[in-house]
Design a protein around this ligand. Structure first.
Ligand code: SAH
Length: 219
């Protein structure tokens, strides 16, 4: 159930999120609580609250706030969930999730980004965030099943491992498609194990590399 309130939000949250239809109060409060600038390299700090993705090194980006909010809102978190975050990147999304769920497992394929994110995540997390370096297209089998799974990188098709690791009743949000045209999809696992699919919006994401992604992994 969405919770709405008449609260006044900081200007960037009002214009980028509320006016575009992000209405889950818990999600908006998490965006208010987590300092986005802490996750952005110092030379780009002035862009922290701009309405676009920002470079975080290793040719990767922290997604535009609206896309992060839309993804997280579609996970329909209530605070009790075990969540898998595929593609830690800066760690921003993992920390937002830690304000909305019981525990977060976040996996990053670039070693340098994994190391960079570790400190800031430890400093800003609310619920525990467990981080790992590895191929997240395969999920995190030892910790499955997850009540929610979110990927911050686009896959050519839904990775079977992620589908398998989603609990019955769970929600997954993942961008799927080719280089130029991708949809951000929400999947819900029904009682019979079937996934119900809904497209949220069109997006452009960096590729999900790895075995069940676009292939290859960085050195
Ligand atoms: N959610 C992140 C941004 C995601 S950018 C944030 O809040 O900053 C996508 C991230 O996915 C990049 O850091 C990229 O290195 C990572 N990635 C791509 N393929 C991956 C894979 N197979 N396993 C884990 N991480 C992957």
């Amino acid at each position: 159930m969405l919770q709405k309130s008449a609260k006044r939000w900081p200007q960037w949250i009002e214009s980028q999120l509320v006016r575009r239809g992000i209405e889950d109060d818990r999600v908006l409060r998490a965006f208010e609580a987590v300092p986005r600038e802490a996750f952005i390299p110092s030379r780009y700090r002035d862009r922290a609250y701009s309405d676009r993705p920002v470079n975080i090194g290793c040719r990767q980006t922290i997604s535009q706030p609206f896309v992060v909010a839309l993804s997280i809102q579609a996970l329909e978190l209530t605070g009790t969930e075990k969540v898998l975050d595929v593609g830690t990147g800066s760690g921003y999304q993992a920390v937002l999730l830690s304000h909305l769920a019981r525990e977060v497992f976040s996996i990053e394929v670039h070693h340098k980004l994994f190391i960079n994110a570790k400190l800031v995540v430890e400093r800003c997390q609310r619920a525990p965030v467990y981080q790992r370096h590895g191929d997240g297209s395969l999920g995190w089998a030892a910790e499955a099943p997850f009540d929610a799974i979110v990927a911050g990188a686009r896959a050519p098709h839904l990775p079977q491992s992620l589908a398998d690791q989603l609990a019955v009743g769970g929600r997954m949000v993942i961008p799927i498609g080719g280089e130029s045209a991708q949809g951000l999809f929400q999947f819900k696992k029904e009682a019979d194990g079937i996934l119900r699919k809904k497209m949220l919006t069109r997006v452009v994401f960096v590729p999900l590399v790895g075995k069940e992604g676009t292939g290859g992994v960085p050195d």
